[in-house]
Design a protein around this ligand. Structure first.
Ligand code: NAI
Ligand code: MG
Length: 476
């Protein structure tokens, strides 16, 4: 049994009470590591350490170039330990080992590097011409950043918070998902090894409501709260932070459409839509879980998706041949099964897929025949399940695609450039992919409309969130 501990003030710590919980390997369904169970006391210690490191430590006043050098060293170590970090994600939540589908561990180092470079090169506006005063602005670190992350991409989620928060000079208390704690502790140790001072990156393990997560989100001692996870938890956390007017960044759920027009290249559109639906077992906030296919190609798209679904190898996530591991938890498996069980009664047909008995594996699943009001068409399933629906006109598909409470991502496939631009304008989502899926650029804004979240990540947006902007007026 491996052990996973908190990292507070630069040291590995157990909880004051010695309490622990287990993290389960979802493929074997056996616990594989014992984790320190943090609560209010550990959260308070971590926030205090982060505050001291911010106020008194060398981090707060470190020249940006030195900070950037440390962050590049941190990124180098993340790359060095990519196999170990990948192993931790596989054991914690079943992601295929070394998975490249939008989630590869070495590539995540770019979060650290690119935000660091942005901070290094950043300037701030001056406001000349007043004649009697020199007026300029500057961006200052916000302070102590609380980060609460989910289990679907543990390393990526942690570095997507650490990268910009550290680049702009903040200190951090990270509470990773209780289902996938391992990578966070390792990342904090790598930051220390890179020379990031003690107390700058703290990790507290534990649960959400009524536990470590809630203690962190409701603390008056934090200056920012950044969260990725479900819409329900995002709303709860936002309300906790609002009590102390702590600004929040919330990246929540999605129900992404993939629109395939009759003029699309099927060789591109079908495999991309399959990837959008099935990658990471559908446990992606940007998953394309609704496919809309234009009537003339509807049958071809359905056939193609079924073929793709059957070709994806499902099984042991440590086996290099595997493209889909198990769902991350028994809870998640039960949730997805609940959606699948309702489909026949709602008038739908499962053409291929379904759960594999005796574990938490779900084969890529293709569903047709559902009306837009069906639960599987409206709620985030977070499993490898795609619902395919025909459409006739552009107006009709825009209405269908936008008929959702979410608005994180959308993709569409067409060879008509005018239509591509029009779709990009009309789809109400924070990122629209045309003839592709999943491509991100850390400079570009990322975040959701409506219930998909509050705020945006991405270079300038991250700077706005993780800093305070100050105006200085100097009299001549
Ligand atoms: P969750 O959103 O409840 O948990 C995410 C993180 O928030 C965890 O670290 C958890 O401990 C923390 N948390 C939850 N409630 C909290 C509270 N009241 N105060 C402070 N911290 C809190 O995710 P969960 O329950 O594991 O998954 C349920 C569903 O959420 C999934 O089936 C999926 O549909 C959705 N989800 C969506 C994600 C996305 O990226 N869009 C990621 C994870 C889950
Ligand atoms: Mg687990």
């Amino acid at each position: 049994m491996e052990r996973i501990r908190h990292v507070i003030d630069g040291g590995l710590k157990d909880s004051a009470t010695g309490a622990t919980f287990m993290t389960t390997n979802p493929y074997t369904r056996e616990p594989w590591a014992e984790v320190a169970l943090g609560g209010e006391r550990e959260v308070r210690a971590a926030i205090d350490a982060a505050r001291r490191a911010f106020d008194e430590g060398p981090w707060g006043r470190m020249p940006v170039a030195e900070r950037v050098t440390l962050l590049h060293r941190f990124a180098d170590l993340l790359e060095r330990d990519a196999p170990e970090l990948s192993r931790m994600d596989t054991l914690d939540m079943g992601k295929p080992y070394g998975d490249g589908s939008g989630a590869d561990v070495a590539g995540n180092a770019s979060h650290l590097r690119e935000h660091a470079e942005h901070a290094r090169l950043a300037t701030a506006p001056t406001f000349p011409g007043n004649g009697r005063h020199h007026i300029f602005s500057q961006y200052e670190a916000a302070g102590v950043v609380a980060a609460i992350t989910p289990w679907n991409l543990p390393v990526l989620m942690a570095v997507s918070k650490l990268g910009p928060a550290l680049a702009w000079g903040n200190t951090v208390v990270l509470k990773p998902a209780e289902q996938s704690p391992a990578a966070a502790t390792r990342l904090a140790l790598l930051a220390l090894e890179a020379g990031v001072p003690p107390g700058v990156v703290n990790v507290v393990h534990g649960f959400g409501p009524g536990a470590a997560g809630e203690a962190l989100a409701s603390s008056p001692g934090i200056d920012r709260l950044t969260f990725t996870g479900s819409t329900a938890a995002g709303a709860a956390i936002g309300m906790l932070a609002a009590r102390h007017l702590v600004p929040v960044l919330l990246e929540c759920g999605g129900k992404g459409p993939s629109i395939i027009f009759a003029d699309a290249d099927p060789e591109l559109a079908i495999p991309m839509s399959a990837m959008a639906a099935f990658a990471n077992s559908g446990q992606l906030c940007v998953a394309g879980s609704r496919v809309y296919a234009q009537r003339p190609v509807y049958e071809e798209v359905v056939r193609g998706l079924v073929e793709q679904a059957r070709a994806w190898v499902v099984g042991d996530p440590m086996d290099p041949a595997t493209r889909l591991g198990p769902l991350a938890t028994g809870e998640q498996f039960a949730r997805v099964q609940g959606f699948l069980e309702e489909i026949p009664a709602a008038g739908g047909t499962i053409l291929t897929g379904g759960a594999i008995p005796g574990g938490w594996l779900v084969r890529p699943t293709v569903v047709t025949g559902l009306a837009p009001g069906a639960r599987a068409c409206r709620e985030e399933i977070f499993g490898p399940v795609v619902v395919v629906t025909p459409f006739d006109t552009d107006d009709e598909v825009v209405a269908l695609a936008n008929d959702t409470e979410f608005g994180l991502s959308a993709s569409c496939f067409t060879r008509d450039r005018g239509r591509a631009h029009e779709m990009a304008d009309r789809l109400r989502a924070g990122i629209v992919w045309v003839n592709t899926f999943g491509v991100r650029d850390w400079r570009a804004p990322f975040g959701g409309y409506r219930r998909s979240g509050v705020g945006r990540e991405g270079a300038e947006h991250s700077r706005a969130f993780y800093t305070e902007a100050k105006t200085v007026v100097l009299g001549y």
